[in-house]
Design a protein around this ligand. Structure first.
Ligand code: NDP
Length: 397
C-alpha cells in the first residue's frame, strides 16, 4: 500500500498527480493538498478519478500541516509547493512521522539565497526518527544528479569535469513568460553566477559567462552559466570532480525583458510602500505575468537537458553525454502542462515510487545521487522521459 500526499497544485503538482494516478499499483491512496483547494479539485477532475482526495492547507503553518498528516496518515509527502515551504513541511513530517520528498532546496523569502545547509541540518533528526527525506528530485536538480551517479557507477572510475546543460528550445508564443513560478525563476536567474573549480567556488556576474552549445535535435543555442543548487551536493558526493558548471539557454527577447524588469525595480524582493499598502514588486509582477500553467496549449518545440562529463576509465580519458529531449506538445497532451512542469513532475513521481518499492529508503536527509540510480533510470524510460547516451564525442565545453 502506498499512501501519498502531494502538496502544491501548480504546474508541477498537476504533472505529479497525473503520473501518480497512472501508477495505481504503487500509489494506492492519493491526496492533493494546497493553499487553494479548488485547484486540487480541478486536477482531480482532469484526471477523472474521484477516489483522489483533496484538502486545503497553508504549508507555512506547521500545526496545520501536522493536523492534516495525522488525519490522512500518508507514508510520504511529495512537496511541490514553493521552496519557501520546505522547512515547515520537513518539520511537520518529523512531528507526524512522515517521509519527505521535494524538487527544490529551501530559500528564505527575503533573501535569494540557495544552499542545502538549512535542509541538511535536519539529517540527524530524520535519521533518529527512521524517516527518509529525498531532496531535489525534479529534473535539475534531480535527474541531473541521477545521470551523474549513473555515469560514476557504470562509465567512470573518476569524474573530473561535469557540465549540466539545460536547453529549452520551445516557443510559447508570448512576448515574455517564465516556465515555472515567475518569482522563483526570476530570483534564480538574476543572482550572481557561480561554478566550482579546484576545490573552490568561483563567482561571476549575473549571466556574464556564455557560449553557444549544440543540443541534439535542436542545434546551437547561446547558453549562460548560472549557479544551480545541485552543484553543491554533487561536488560533495563526487569529490573527484575538479570542475562543475551549470548552463541554461535564454533567447535575446527573454534577456531584454529580464534586463528591463531588473532596471525598473520590478525584480525587487523587499517590501515597498504603495498607497499605504506593503507590496513586494516581484510578487506583483507574478500577478500580471502569464501563468506558467496556461502556457501549455500553444507550446511547440522541446527541452533538452543532460550531463556532459569528462573523466577517467581504466586509466584512459573518456567523455560521456547523457540527456533527455522532451516535447512540450506531448507533455501537454498527456497532462495538460508544458514540458518544464512535465520534466520536473515525472522524476518526483519516480522518486516517490523508488521509496514505496523500498529501493530508496535511507533514514536521514539524502540528495538523489546518494541512492542507486539504476532502477530510477529504468523508470525514466518507462514513464515518459527516455534518455540517450553519447560516448567519446567532442563535448564543446
Ligand atoms: P506554481 O507556482 O505553479 O505552484 C506552486 C503551488 O504551491 C501552487 O498550487 C500554490 O498555491 C502552492 N503553494 C504556495 N504556497 C503555499 C502555501 N503556503 N501553502 C500551500 N500551498 C502553497 O509552481 P510550480 O508548480 O511551477 O513549481 C513547484 C515547485 O517545483 C517549486 O518549488 C519549483 O521551484 C520546483 N521546480 C523544480 C524544478 C526542477 O527541475 N527541480 C523545475 C521547475 C520547478 P496557489 O495556487 O494557491 O498559489
Amino acid at each position: 500500500m502506498g499512501k501519498v500526499l502531494i502538496i502544491g497544485a501548480g504546474g508541477v503538482g498537476t504533472v505529479v498527480a497525473h503520473k501518480v494516478a497512472q501508477n495505481a499499483d504503487t500509489f494506492t491512496d492519493i491526496m492533493i493538498a494546497s493553499r487553494t483547494r479548488s485547484k486540487c479539485d480541478a486536477i482531480v477532475k482532469a484526471i477523472g478519478n474521484p477516489a483522489i482526495k483533496t484538502a486545503q492547507v497553508d504549508a507555512d503553518n506547521v500545526e496545520e500541516l501536522v493536523a492534516l498528516f495525522n488525519d490522512f496518515k500518508p507514508e510520504l509527502v511529495i512537496n511541490v509547493a514553493l521552496p519557501y515551504q520546505d522547512l515547515t513541511i520537513m518539520e511537520a513530517c518529523l512531528q507526524a512521522g512522515v517521509n519527505y520528498l521535494d524538487t527544490a532546496n529551501y530559500e528564505p523569502k527575503d533573501e535569494a539565497h540557495f544552499e542545502y545547509s538549512w535542509q541538511w541540518a535536519y539529517h540527524e533528526r530524520f535519521k533518529e526518527a527512521g524517516l527518509t527525506a529525498i531532496l531535489g528530485c525534479g529534473f535539475d536538480p534531480g535527474v541531473s544528479g541521477i545521470y551523474t551517479a549513473y555515469a560514476a557507477k557504470h562509465h567512470f572510475d573518476e569524474i573530473h569535469y561535469l557540465d549540466i546543460v539545460d536547453c529549452n528550445a520551445g516557443d510559447h508564443h508570448k512576448a515574455f513568460a517564465t516556465n515555472f513560478n515567475p518569482e522563483i525563476n526570476i530570483r534564480e536567474i538574476t543572482q550572481k553566477g557561480r561554478y566550482y573549480e579546484n576545490g573552490q567556488w568561483v563567482e561571476t556576474g549575473s549571466l556574464e559567462i556564455h557560449q553557444p552549445i549544440t543540443y541534439p535535435n535542436v542545434g546551437p543555442k547561446e547558453s549562460y552559466l548560472l549557479y544551480h543548487e545541485e552543484l553543491e551536493s554533487l561536488v560533495k558526493n563526487f569529490p573527484t570532480i575538479k570542475r562543475a558548471r551549470f548552463w541554461m539557454t535564454f533567447g535575446q527577447e527573454y534577456l531584454t525583458h529580464l534586463r528591463v524588469i531588473q532596471n525598473i525595480g520590478m525584480a525587487r524582493i523587499d517590501e515597498i510602500d504603495y498607497n499605504g499598502q506593503k507590496i513586494v514588486p516581484i510578487q506583483f509582477l507574478k500577478a500580471v505575468l502569464p501563468n506558467p500553467q496556461d502556457l501549455g496549449e500553444n507550446y511547440t518545440g522541446e527541452t533538452s537537458i543532460g550531463c556532459r562529463i569528462r573523466g577517467i576509465k581504466d586509466g584512459k580519458e573518456r567523455t560521456y553525454y547523457v540527456y533527455n529531449n522532451c516535447s512540450h506538445e506531448a507533455a501537454y497532451k498527456e497532462t495538460g502542462m508544458q514540458g518544464v512542469s512535465y520534466t520536473t513532475g515525472v522524476p518526483a513521481m519516480i522518486g516517490a515510487m523508488m521509496f514505496f518499492k523500498g529501493l530508496w529508503n535511507r533514514p536521514g536527509v539524502n540528495n538523489v545521487e546518494e541512492f542507486n540510480p539504476d532502477p530510477f533510470m529504468e523508470q525514466l524510460n518507462k514513464q515518459g522521459l527516455p534518455w540517450h547516451e553519447v560516448f567519446d564525442a567532442d563535448l564543446e565545453l
